[in-house]
Ligand binder design. Sequence first.
Ligand code: PMT
Length: 407
Amino acid sequence: MEKNILIGVTGGIAAYKVVEVASRLKKSGANVKIMMTRNATEFVSPRTFQEITGNAVSVEMFGDAANFHVAHVALANFADLILIAPATANFLAKMAHGIADDLLTTTILAFDGKILVAPAMNTKMYENPATQANLSVLKARGVKILEPNTGNLACGTSGKGRLPEPEEICAEIEKILAEEQILAGKKIIVTAGGTLEAIDPVRYIGNRSSGRMGCEIAKFAVESGADVVLISGKAEIEPPNGLKSFFKVESALEMREKVLNEFETADCVIMSAAVADYRVKSPAAQKIKKSAENLTLELVKNPDILRELGNLKKNQVLVGFAAETQNILDYARKKLVEKNLDFIVANDVTAEGAGFGVSTNIASIIWRDGEIETFPLMSKAELAEKIVLRVEKLLNDKKFFPVGFNQ
Ligand code: PMT
């Protein structure tokens, strides 16, 4: 799960269980930040959360004046989801009434995304009409409530009010994020597979692309709610369900035509297809007979589709791939600039487990500002998720957490 999750910890004994929640989320690949109320720090030290998440823990609204950032807004922008656990009766009351008297309550007011609240308290406090009314207000506003479990409580009684187990909380987060249609209303063109350049009616020049990388990208984009147009050359992989349109093409020229037809109304193009750089100048109309000892084919350059898109681009996000066998990052960076891309996915197609045909890849993403993200060997499905989530951030103009921000 490659998501930014902000956990708000409030002052209840069950705060200790949230350490395990943070740890599980972090292990699953999420970027986890913790915000604690002052009371919460009486139960668990911020240092524990800091060690578990690798991120500084935020408690105070006003820190060092020289280092002041608008922390509540920055942290609200950072989060794909906010979890409040444990949520005390007092905190629920403040949330329900829009009170903003510390960093956590203020951040929640500045946040318009998904919120999951996990209340934990004494049974009578939980069942009190005031608490129930506050929960109803929050539910009506779209806040998800994870009902507490029944069992022994820290106050020595037994009943409803126990914080659900960490695995239950994490499963609920996964469920909520999976429901997210983060790319709803966005049109994304994905190219996949390899183009074929005819020599004669039976022979062609082709490449080893299986179409898997492109199909995984299309699949994740569909699952994220996008209107996906998949334009595929020769591929061994079935296109995913749920596409808005699917075009099967052969040559680079055919792929170019389909991409250009769709481009104007698109929000993004991800070119993972292996497009032939050259085609046969004059393919034979009939099968070439085996007579001469040597056969020379004259090749002419194909148009570079992505470069054309880079010139035409208005607001579209453009993502390219670079299939390289040497000087990977240097060549990829050159393509990123020359084709006017937002980012490029560089893969060493000679590395074991990477590139053509296999179900895994090893890639780096290079950004326009020179930043490079290097990923280990992973499935093409996982890499597809990383690519599409980065596209979503660009399309929805989400701000990245400021580098060096240390609240
Ligand atoms: O299909 P799989 O078996 O899963 O393999 C995946 C893959 C190896 C094909 C994929 O990961 C990959 O690297 N795709 C890009 C292949 C390629 O053509 O790379 P390139 O470095 O030659 O081209 C750079 C970029 O320009 C690519 O985005 C390409 O789609 C595009 N291009 C290239 C030539 C051309 N005439 N027009 C283009 O638009």
